[in-house]
Design a protein around this ligand. Structure first.
Ligand SMILES: Nc1ncnc2c1ncn2[C@@H]1O[C@H](COP(=O)(O)OP(=O)(O)O)[C@@H](O)[C@H]1O
Ligand SMILES: [Mg+2]
Length: 252
């Protein structure tokens, strides 16, 4: 078995800039700025809820949701909610976090819910042995109700694509449109990433669906995890991903 041959690239900010520089993909990206005091004020003047995420983070760790109510701000980190008396107090709190690593600010995309639980979508994109990007799997990451992040290791669950959208009230024709759009999105992002750096063989897009049916790319992972799919009673998707992954030396 060959070694795991797919390049990893950590900076969410650099990857977001790649997306923003592409005319067709730019419209899928929520407003994102590097964290600074000035950018915090700027984004909060336009959006009452904003995400604060470590630029090199994974697994939903250290992500904070900021909500503005007039002069008051509330932050939520995992299960902890804090109130901040004003913009300066908020900025001091966030700056302390950002002293040890860079952070991004991103407008919140209100996630569609299923039975009261927010979910977003993973698009698994993998290269064939001929080098063609293929969207091999779509699945849902369903968070706990009220959770900041839907990630599996933040207590999220995995759901299948069609059944989740059906339970969330989407019609069959909408579900088909969303599937096609996501698959095309995955393959376009693959082609774009190849233009910036060589060696990618797999990518995992985290895509939010909002209540207007619009899709938003929250981030692109270069080491997308799919082991939670192995625990599902139907392992068809898991096996499909592995069959592609084996071509570049990844076993699980
Ligand atoms: N802008 C946003 N709007 C709504 N939810 C978000 C936003 N950014 C992140 N999230 C939530 O947090 C999760 C983790 O964020 P993500 O950017 O994927 O970072 P990580 O690398 O930690 O997974 C997302 O899957 C989503 O549930
Ligand atoms: Mg993610």
């Amino acid at each position: 078995m060959p070694a795991y041959r797919s390049v990893s690239f950590k900076s969410k900010w650099v990857k977001t800039k790649w997306l923003l520089a592409d005319e067709a993909l730019e419209e899928y990206v929520p407003w994102t700025l590097p964290f600074t005091a000035a950018n915090l004020a700027k984004i909060l003047s336009r959006h009452s809820t904003v995400y604060f995420k470590p630029t090199g983070g994974t697994g939903g760790r250290r992500i904070i949701r900021i909500a503005r109510q007039g002069e008051q701000y509330t932050t939520k980190l995992r299960h902890t909610t804090r109130k901040h008396a004003g913009a300066e107090a908020l900025q001091a709190y966030l700056s302390k976090k950002a002293a040890s690593e860079p952070y991004l600010l991103q407008q919140e995309i209100p996630l569609v819910t299923v039975k009261g639980k927010p979910f977003d979508i993973r698009v698994m994109v993998q290269k064939t042995s001929e080098g063609a990007w293929t969207s091999t799997a779509l699945f849902m990451k369903i968070g706990k109700s009220g959770s900041v992040a839907t990630n599996y290791n933040q207590g999220g669950k995995i759901g299948f694509f069609e059944p989740t959208l059906e339970d969330a009230g989407f019609r069959d024709d909408e579900i088909r449109r969303i599937r096609t759009e996501l698959e095309e999105l995955g393959e376009s992002v693959g082609a774009l990433f190849d233009r910036h750096k060589s060696g990618f063989r797999e990518l995992g897009l985290d895509v939010a669906l909002d209540n207007r049916g619009l899709l938003w790319i929250l981030e692109v992972n270069t080491r997308p995890q799919f082991y939670p799919l192995k625990k599902m009673s139907d392992r068809t998707l898991y096996r499909k991903i592995v069959s592609y992954a084996e071509q570049y030396g990844r076993k699980k």
